[in-house]
Design a protein around this ligand. Structure first.
Ligand SMILES: Cc1cc2nc3c(=O)[nH]c(=O)nc-3n(C[C@H](O)[C@H](O)[C@H](O)COP(=O)(O)O)c2cc1C
Length: 478
């Protein structure tokens, strides 16, 4: 039985110390905010053993004003960040995370009067977003993006629930930030409610917070669910918040750097935003006018740390959302799922099942595409239960030896996708058609004659494990 353990830190600094103790941190002194931090981050993420990278003494900025990147970029840091057993790897990490998700109980934040984030408060003429070492991450980025792994907090004016999202944020000038929120995202729907009343939308943005707060911000949650309550449950204690003086919105007190302000209606102000090197590994969305945030207050800890998550870089990180997808399949009534794994962030998903009836494989793929987690996928590969979805060699072997391309691949057109998809043709883009096609690939032994399928000559997983444990010393040397 795989289990979750408790969280070993209380804030981003605690996380950095814990990563350092585990040997999972690199310290870089003297890098340039202009492309060099981005380049080092990319090279470090591609290392055989990717570690978190802490940048200090950044060119032109005071010592102590730091940027952390690749915070969760390997199985070890995934375990550390989310309270999982560091000895776990591959599918066992997903199983442990799924078991954790199944015990979800919301835990509301609690209000306090002050905390680390209130150590420094600048308002009015003192607001200066340029004093923080904001990287230009990629060569053709249309600006400096302070918000890449940020937490944008807003409140539904009707529902009294608090949303958190990760939406990219660039610095336009001392007190103006640009923000890009994808169509349909909760943050976008909320701000439109304020704009419809002719009001600016109150907002808090935290630019430096621990991996749990960062994670829940990008969590795909239903409308009405407050992500700060999810964070409290993950921590095992409520998130402590101070209330913004201008907005009344909650600010996690452990935040390294947070602003409060208003996303003004576009007719009041909007500015050119993008392009930006996105999670697909391509520049996306060109340049167009986007809404801005007028910053009223800046709060930061002494020597603040920006949490940088330049997209397109996943290193050897584990896509924990595979566990959410697994749960969604179960909720849709799909039984006998043995494992789920996402490659290239989410474009290629592999699901292993123990086939129980004809059509089981196809149903699994269709249920996945019909769920919230069906968003911008390209290939869904269904494999049998003897295939470990997290092992790319196993998956390729299943494709090579069990999939008949003429009969086992279905192409779904007009599937739910995103403007960030680099494969959307120019004419479709011009018509604002942001759908894409998805190949559903059945790489299982054909259900109706699987009893006649050639027997595999490979040893079963249990025998491999026993063999490894008996011959560990020898095999480790190889
Ligand atoms: C590193 C990172 C960067 C992201 N950047 C954006 C972004 O710029 N705009 C956006 O709409 N979504 C972005 N997302 C995805 C959203 O954060 C995610 O869909 C989240 O669920 C949105 O919250 P919401 O559903 O409450 O709006 C990003 C996610 C991650 C992990």
């Amino acid at each position: 039985m795989v289990t979750a353990t408790s969280i070993a830190y209380k804030d981003l600094r605690g996380y950095i110390d814990a990563a350092d103790r585990l040997g999972e941190l690199r310290l870089v002194n003297g890098a340039d905010w202009d492309l060099e931090i981005g380049a080092i981050t990319e090279v470090a993420a591609r290392a055989t053993h990717p570690k978190a990278v802490l940048f200090d003494n950044i060119k032109g900025y005071p010592k102590g004003f730091r940027v952390l990147t690749n915070a969760v970029c390997s199985p070890a840091t995934t375990a550390l960040a989310f309270g999982l057993d560091p000895a776990l790897s591959g599918m066992d990490i997903i199983r442990a995370w799924k078991a954790k998700l199944e015990s979800y109980q919301p835990l509301q934040p609690v209000d306090v009067s002050s905390g680390p984030v209130t150590e420094n408060i600048d308002s009015g003429g003192k607001v200066d977003m340029l004093k923080f070492p904001t990287p230009r991450w990629h060569e053709h980025d249309g600006g400096r993006y302070i918000g890449t792994g940020c937490m944008v907090i807003m409140e539904d004016p009707e529902g009294k629930w608090t949303n958190a999202g990760t939406y990219r944020v660039c610095v336009h000038d001392k007190d103006t930030l640009g923000i890009w929120i994808s169509p349909g995202k909760h943050g976008r729907l909320i701000r439109e409610k304020y704009w419809a009343q002719g009001k600016g939308c109150p907002v808090i943005i935290s630019f430096g917070q621990d991996p749990i707060l960062a994670k829940v911000a990008s969590w795909y949650e239903a409308w009405g669910v407050s992500e700060l309550e999810i964070a409290g449950w993950l921590f095992g204690e409520p998130v402590k918040v101070v209330r913004g003086k201008e907005t009344g919105l909650p600010i996690p007190v452990t935040s390294e750097l947070a602003i409060e302000g208003f996303m003004v209606p576009p007719e009041v102000d909007s500015r050119s935003e993008g392009p930006f090197g996105e999670w697909t590994g391509y520049y996306a969305s060109g340049t167009r006018n986007e809404p801005v945030v007028k910053v009223k207050t800046v709060m930061h800890r002494n020597d603040p740390i920006i949490f940088g998550m330049p997209p397109g870089i996943s290193g050897k990180s584990v896509q924990l959302s595979a566990a959410n997808l697994w749960l969604a399949l179960e909720k849709a009534g799909v039984t006998d799922v043995q494992g789920v794994w996402d490659y290239t962030t989410r474009y290629i998903t592999v699901i292993s099942i123990k086939q129980k009836y004809g059509g089981h494989a196809k149903r699994t793929a269709m249920a996945m595409l019909g769920s919230t987690y069906g968003y911008h996928r390209r290939f869904v590969i269904i494999v049998d239960d003897d295939i470990d979805p997290s092992n790319i060699d196993d998956v390729l072997w299943a494709l090579a030896t069990r999939c008949d391309p003429a009969t086992a691949i279905n192409v779904i057109t007009e599937a739910w996708s995103t403007p960030l998809d680099p494969r959307i043709p120019p004419d479709a883009r011009a018509q604002r058609n942001f759908t894409n096609s998805v190949a559903v690939i059945n790489a299982c032994q054909p259900y109706h004659w699987k009893d006649q399928y050639a027997k595999t000559c490979y040893f079963p997983e249990e025998v491999r494990k026993e063999t490894y444990s008996k011959w560990k010393e020898v095999l480790r040397l190889e």
